[in-house]
Design a protein around this ligand. Structure first.
Ligand code: PLP
Length: 225
């Protein structure tokens, strides 16, 4: 019941906004995901390839599966056949592997993960690297990959203003890349930012995809996995 109510509340909060909810279901059991599905949720986010693949097999096929965690190149093959969007493209090497694994299949949509936080542990490209990458004709060199936006994570802090500035930076990069004269080879549609603790700020700063786990499912129980 709780999951259902949380989903309904978040759907109501996002109604009328150009932002969709990704229910982050990593470590959560099938029963809880099914509960969210029954409440009308269709987009789910996972951060481990094999876990996502097992859940894809077990659950209804109209679910959109989003990869949101750091993805090792040797794991791309597990999700290439079905994933809707890979948010966490953080290296050229990974982009190349996704392009390779999609070959016999279809185009795979990707977001470039941008490093916006002050912490050193987060993966991603710097804004400068993204601008450099976006100038290249990636659709020619990587025909099976489609880059449709950016993803970022703010610093884990109570400082709301700092979080806001980091999201604002990502949004301005996103806007900059929408200039068709400067970046004809890239289409910027999705801006993935905002988690349980900071999604309200992300919404105000132009997020189109919020990734919310704890607020929907409660705390994750890593030991039961
Ligand atoms: C786990 C995770 C989330 C969800 O975090 P919550 O705080 O539980 O909402 C969002 N994005 C990424 C990349 C994650 O790994």
């Amino acid at each position: 019941m709780e999951v259902k109510n949380n989903i309904k509340e978040l759907h109501a909060e996002l109604a009328g906004k150009k932002c969709r909810l990704i229910a982050v279901s990593k470590t959560q059991p099938i029963t809880k995901i099914q509960e969210a599905y029954d409440a009308g949720q269709r987009l789910f986010g996972e951060n481990k390839a094999q876990e996502m693949s097992a859940k894809y097999e077990a659950l209804p096929k109209d679910i959109e599966w989003h990869m949101i965690g750091h993805l090792q190149t040797n794991k791309v093959k597990y999700i290439a056949p079905f994933t809707s969007l890979i948010h966490s493209v953080d290296s050229i090497k990974l982009l190349e592997e996704i392009n390779k694994q999609a070959r016999f299949n279809r185009k795979i949509s990707c977001l470039l993960q941008v490093f916006i936080a002050r912490e050193e542990t987060k993966f991603g490209f710097s804004p400068e690297e993204v601008l450099h990458l976006a100038k290249k004709n990636l659709s020619e060199s990587h025909p099976n990959v489609e880059i449709i936006g950016l993803m970022g994570m703010a610093t884990f802090t109570d400082n709301q203003e700092q979080i806001r500035m980091e999201f604002r930076l990502l949004h301005s990069l996103f806007k900059q890349l929408q200039d068709k004269n400067l970046f004809p080879a890239i289409t910027m549609k999705e801006l993935s930012m905002g988690m349980s603790a900071d999604y309200k700020i992300a919404l105000e700063e132009g997020s189109t995809l919020v990734r919310i786990g704890t607020t929907i499912f409660g705390n994750r129980n890593y030991t039961s996995q």
